[in-house]
Design a protein around this ligand. Structure first.
Ligand code: TXA
Ligand code: MG
Length: 314
């Protein structure tokens, strides 16, 4: 399959209308979209990404009116979040309507809903005219793509089209909040910080899998965000040993020792924004070990540390 590259949201939307799958930029990471009512197209997403079939997809809307297409129940906690953070890097999980294919939600009776605020994404979604399911546009397990080139690297020849946009603003995925129960729960930390959510919903908590309980967010079971290189978390304040071989470093402060490849970020926000791209660059250059400086777990630092820990576990 030839993958068409375009900067035209209208041209990209034609592929969706014709049953195809198309990658597009959002403010978090690039997504890979399909019409939520087109089961054959949704199937193509799972194939193109080699995505496990038990991993639910997020529905992306271009207009708040489309929430009613997806769910019949919008409880007060969800209304507060929608009012405060749509459009933006937040996904809310609500009971889904029966008309939404089971394939979209991986068999769950809930659906994640998000309205991106990236201008190109909004234009694209409005040309499509229906909600799109869209996971991150990477091969399953790889770091999420923050540039269209990263999408091309993973999925060229496997998808119909890439809508080319800028480097994404946040570089990490949206925060996922389950609003289908009695109290709101963060299932995945992300680009919208807990502190910002706390301002409007003081009762918000971060979900932790306890004991033998089935995780509420199936995707979190799978291997994620991993470059080919080994990832290590280090503190710059202490001496740390590095392995033999080709080593890279990313963090906020230049380490004492030299590395073959180094990225020093001037803020935690920029560290989060560029970390996945750095992982990919390390793989392109055949780096064996990536040393990542730990950050304080506040603001976007919470989601950044979550991704770094997961990348280092594999
Ligand atoms: O920022 C983002 O959210 C990006 C952009 C493209 O919007 N999308 C994204 O999708 O990260 P994906 O498929 O890579 O991650 C979706 C994750 C699932 O793995 C799962 O953890 C959670 O969101 N999720 C989605 N629907 C859910 C549901 N109904 N219940 C619980 N968790 C859900
Ligand atoms: Mg993903």
């Amino acid at each position: 399959m030839e993958t068409v590259l375009t900067t035209s949201p209208a041209e990209a939307a034609e592929f969706i209308k014709n049953g195809g799958i198309c990658a597009f930029p959002t403010e978090t990471v690039y997504g890979l979209g399909a019409d939520i009512f087109d089961e054959a197209a949704i199937g193509k997403i799972f194939t193109a990404k080699s995505r496990p079939s038990d991993n639910p997809l997020i529905a992306h809307i271009g207009d708040p009116d489309q929430i009613a297409v997806l769910t019949a129940e919008v409880p007060d906690i969800a209304r507060i979040l929608i009012e405060a953070f749509f459009p933006g890097p937040l996904t809310i999980v609500l009971p889904k309507k029966d008309e939404i294919p089971q394939l979209a939600s991986a068999g769950l009776d809930t659906i994640g809903i998000r309205m991106p605020r990236n201008r190109t994404a909004i234009e694209f979604l409005s040309h499509c005219g229906v909600p799109l399911v869209a996971p991150s546009a990477n091969l399953s397990g790889k770091p999420s793509p923050t540039t269209w080139q990263a999408v091309y690297e993973d999925l060229s020849g496997r998808i119909d089209c890439i809508l080319q946009g800028e480097v994404t603003e946040f570089g990490l995925e949206s925060t996922v909040v389950d609003c289908s129960g009695d109290s709101p729960l963060v299932l995945r930390t992300g680009a919208l910080s807990i502190e910002e959510i706390q301002n409007v919903l003081p009762s918000i908590r971060i979900y932790e899998v306890s004991g033998t309980e089935k995780p509420r967010s199936p995707g979190l079971r799978h291997k994620h965000y991993s470059p080919e290189a080994k990832v290590f978390l280090v503190s710059n304040e202490e001496e740390f040993l590095v392995s033999e071989g080709r080593n890279a470093f990313i963090g906020l402060k230049m380490p004492e020792r030299g590395f073959e490849l180094t990225k020093i970020c001037d803020s935690t926000e920029n560290y989060a924004r560029f970390v996945f791209d750095f992982f990919r660059e390390c793989d392109r250059q055949g780096i064996g070990n990536i040393y990542c400086e730990r950050v304080n777990e506040t603001g976007i630092g919470i989601a950044l540390m979550d991704r770094l820990k997961r990348a280092s576990e594999s």
